[in-house]
Ligand binder design. Sequence first.
Ligand code: G3H
Ligand code: 13P
Ligand code: ZN
Length: 311
Amino acid sequence: MALVTSKEMFKKAYDGGYAIGAFNVNNMEIVQGITEAAMEENAPLILQVSSGARNYAKHVYLMKLIEAAIEDTGLPICVHLDHGDTFELCKSCIDGGFTSVMIDGSHHSFADNIKLTKQVVEYAHAHGVVVEGELGRLAGIEDAVNVSAENASYTDSAQVIEFVQKTGVDSLAIAIGTSHGAYKFKPGQKPQLRFDILEAVSKELPGFPIVLHGASSVIPEYVQMINANGGKMPDAIGIPEDMLRQAARMSVCKINIDSDLRLAMTGSIRKYFNDHPDHFDPRQYLKVARSNIKTLVKNKLVNVLGCNGKA
Ligand code: G3H
Ligand code: 13P
Ligand code: ZN
């Protein structure tokens, strides 16, 4: 099995009423935890790399890790640039072997977003690579950019046809109330997603794959594990799993998850050190972190995304 684009995956997911998990990767243990889970569940997979991940681990290391995972698992895997913000960054990832890129022009005006996205689509399609665009602006932190709740904005369903037609994008990320990071809703706040907007968008774009960013559920077990072992994270509420399942049954074909992986990794390592204060072999604590990431991803594939058995 080779690297694949998300085209076929999305078509099957749309028709089958499930979504593909797009998990952020930054190092070997994260890649292994996710791909071992997907192999055991026979699930198609998107591994995504942010520009922060590229700066941390270097493009070539992440690419080789993903190639190794394909060889090891035999799974179809799409490698995707998460939140590309310039044409040059997207071009560099396309030239470096990614099969999918996101150009996130959501911080620009509608006209400039179209112009930038179209430029990326032209280059990507000429190289057999697919493109995700974004309309609407999520709150939260991504790559050191912090969008406050006041500066976030829901997607305007009246704009989506024009955007898709003028840019030629293959999928579209929309803002319906999810947000990046571990602090999505305050304690006591009732999590709400604008399913009416998702429905309106789907009506405008029948059969077209929609993407949800900021979709971690902020699993309480791992927040508690962090705080029970010396951490000081404020209580927070993420996106309820049943809402994500509902979105996956509708037109949402790609669901992005990063923060939950970070919480699982950090909680596992904090607990390990608390339980074994005299240990110093990184393989011991990274093994536990990798194993907990695998458990978490399996749960997402089966109970949230519904893509188990679909590879
Ligand atoms: O949406 C952002 C992702 O969680 C990636 O985060 O830019 O810190 O790698 P990062
Ligand atoms: P979370 O912060 O909710 O995991 O979202 C990740 C994401 O959207 C990556 O693009
Ligand atoms: Zn995102």
